[in-house]
Write a protein that binds this ligand. Structure first.
Ligand code: NDP
Length: 328
């Protein structure tokens, strides 16, 4: 069995030297537990924040994961079950039934979707739109990091919920094409090309009503500038600042929230798990019909997990960044 541990704290962008691979025997499940062989791992931006202190050094890491039960000493789990659990960054895990979800097998819905659009990633987008921004049909929605996991879910969900116009920003021409041609965004632009405020004004000439913020900083400033009266900002994350040791200078126009009666609200998806059933009711038929897609960028092999994580921070992923440990 292999696992990854963090051995030092990063300063700025992690290089990979902060991690080490550890080999050991395959763990044996005790009474009331089961052994899971991990199939897919999720690498996520919050892990960059964990690296600064939440993760203990030289200790097992956590992360969302899907695996197959290979031995069980509990009635709650059966050999062959495919389960979602939170012991990622390792090839094998010992789990208790109450810590896992046995995944349903629906036609047209691959299990990996439970790390993507049907998992915490999709739920973040769903909660941002419904509970935080409270989107209304016909409204214009802007999504940053729109070609990533949360962003690509947010754009497609906004369309499904009757948004009038959906616009997104992402970090390459290929991602911009993906947004418009495959996800059905009405307009998209490359945040590395030219001034954000000008590009956003071109993509949404009438202004925006809702902003799903995955990036913070300059992106948030541009969105506040483009926002109409009574606009709402659902603040999911600020990936532009996770490597920084100083707070970012932008947004410099925060006081415009007052003049335009804008509401900005942050949230954590873990406080909204009760929305999972609603999300699945909405998405299962759409996924099976192919009107919504769950794109992943999959790194093959457990040894690629650190590279997959660093690549996600650099924007090498389109859709959700995942790692395939073994063929399922
Ligand atoms: P993504 O799949 O979106 O991957 C991260 C993406 O961020 C990269 O692909 C890259 O895309 C973009 N990015 C990286 N650096 C920058 C930068 N400096 N400026 C602009 N874009 C950048 O990750 P997730 O979908 O998992 O997460 C998206 C956001 O949602 C994160 O901020 C995360 O912290 C947050 N989040 C919040 C949750 C909550 O409970 N509040 C739960 C889950 C996620 P590109 O090529 O376009 O630059």
């Amino acid at each position: 069995a292999r696992s990854v541990q963090q051995v030092s704290r990063p300063s700025g962008r992690p290089t990979g030297a902060e991690f080490r691979f550890v080999d050991g025997p395959v763990p044996a499940p005790g009474p009331g537990t089961a052994l899971v062989e991990n199939v897919l791992l999720s690498v996520d931006p919050y892990m960059r924040e964990n690296m600064d202190g939440d993760w203990a050094l030289a200790a097992p890491l956590e992360g969302r994961s899907i695996g197959r039960v290979t031995a069980s000493r509990t009635h709650g789990l059966t050999e062959g079950d495919l389960v979602f659990h939170r012991q990622g960054w390792r090839t094998h895990a010992v789990v208790r039934p109450e810590e896992v979800r046995v995944l349903p097998q629906a036609p047209g819905v691959p299990a990996e979707a439970y790390l993507g659009i049907l998992g915490g990633t999709g739920l973040t987008a769903y909660v941002a739109l419904t509970r935080i921004a409270r989107i209304e049909p016909g409204e214009t929605v802007y999504v940053s990091a729109a070609a990533g996991g949360v962003g690509s879910a947010a754009g497609q969900l906004a369309r499904l919920m009757g948004a009038g116009r959906v616009v997104g920003s992402a970090g390459s021409p290929a991602k911009v094409r993906f947004l418009v041609e495959e996800l059905g965004f009405d307009a998209a632009f490359d945040h590395r090309e030219g001034r954000l405020a000008e590009q956003l004004a071109k993509a949404a000439p009438e202004g925006i009503d809702v902003y799903i913020d995955n990036v913070g900083g300059e992106h948030l400033e541009a969105a506040i500038g483009a926002m109409r009266e009574y606009g709402r900002i659902a603040w999911c994350g600020a990936i532009a600042q996770y490597d920084a040791s100083e707070p970012p200078p932008a947004p410099r126009n925060l006081f415009d929230l007052v003049g335009k009666s804008i509401r900005l609200e942050g949230f954590l998806v873990r406080n909204h798990r009760d929305a999972q059933e609603e999300l699945e009711r909405l998405l299962l038929p759409a996924l099976a019909a192919g009107t919504v897609i769950d794109r992943h960028t999959v790194t093959e092999g457990f040894d690629g997990v650190v590279d997959a994580f660093l690549g996600m921070l650099d924007g090498r992923n389109t859709g959700k960044a995942t790692v395939r440990v073994v063929a399922s």
